[in-house]
Design a binder for this molecule. Structure first.
Ligand SMILES: Nc1ncnc2c1ncn2[C@@H]1O[C@H](COP(=O)(O)OP(=O)(O)OP(=O)(O)O)[C@@H](O)[C@H]1O
Ligand SMILES: [Mg+2]
Length: 241
């Protein structure tokens, strides 16, 4: 395996608040890498830094061999790095297919090509039968999958998912876990922020844990589940094995 994403000494300070502080993290090509930690730990801020929505206070981000520190979201997206949002934000008055086609236009301005890419993404996210439905009438699970589909339609090498399972019932969580595993099987690297530990532990190849903006642990799921610092600040003794 080789690395696709390397985060070095990355920091983002908002005034006196060190939302992300000197974080190092490496993601290997083809893996599912989870980023976990308590509420307010800095997970979404880290995603914002990597995906170009925030500029780091200091540090470096290397994607697919290129220094992309401070690069803009559209540039990163065209290079193959894309993310979804913790709060779903579809164009509510547009159909599911049209929403996903927005991503499909990343590498083309041909409607037919964007449509093909969107249909492929809808298939992966099991939304084919919702293609013509207005986004506003989708339930939460479908809206979360729409976010993933829109990102997939850009044909990424690396997709970053911010709490795609939050608020879903156990059956829906299992469905989304299958979709995430399916994305990995297509050869796309996945970085996932998630609070649902059963899901994180079963689908992840590696896990990075942050707390108060700092990395406190990194390892395989079984190592993380046994890590005393992680248990103390996040997992609690219930999850310890
Ligand atoms: N634009 C901003 N300006 C000031 N403070 C911010 C900004 N964005 C985030 N923060 C703060 O940075 C810290 C980290 O927030 P972040 O949203 O990254 O946490 P998180 O780990 O994603 O939490 P959650 O699990 O609740 O989604 C929090 O204290 C938050 O209030
Ligand atoms: Mg967050």
């Amino acid at each position: 395996m080789s690395e696709i994403l390397k985060i070095e000494h990355l920091s983002k300070h908002f005034g006196g608040l060190k939302a992300v502080n000197d974080v190092n993290m490496t993601v290997q090509k083809g893996e599912i890498h989870a980023l976990i930690g308590p509420n307010g730990a800095g997970k979404t801020t880290l995603f914002n830094l990597v995906s170009g929505f925030l500029t780091p206070t200091s540090g470096h981000v290397t994607f697919d061999g290129h220094d992309v520190t401070g690069a803009k979201p559209y540039h990163l997206c065209s290079k193959g790095l894309v993310r979804t949002y913790q709060i779903v934000q579809p164009f509510r008055g547009m159909s599911t297919l049209d929403n996903v086609m927005v991503g499909g236009f990343t590498h083309t301005n041909k409607v037919s090509v964007a449509r093909e890419k969107a249909l492929r993404a809808l298939k992966i996210t099991k939304l084919e039968n919702k293609a013509d439905v207005q986004a506003r009438s989708l339930n939460l699970c479908e809206q979360k999958r729409l976010e993933v589909a829109r990102a997939l339609a850009t044909e990424p090498k690396l997709i970053m998912l911010d709490e795609v399972m939050a608020g879903l019932n156990p059956t829906e969580v299992t469905e989304v876990m299958d979709i995430v595993t399916g994305i990995k099987e297509l050869g796309i690297t996945v970085v996932i922020i998630e609070h649902i530990m059963q899901a994180v532990m079963s689908i992840s190849d590696n896990i990075t844990v942050i707390s108060f903006g700092e990395k406190i642990a990194e390892g395989k799921p079984d190592e993380i589940a046994r890590n005393e610092d992680v248990i103390a600040v996040y997992l609690g003794s219930d999850y310890a094995i």
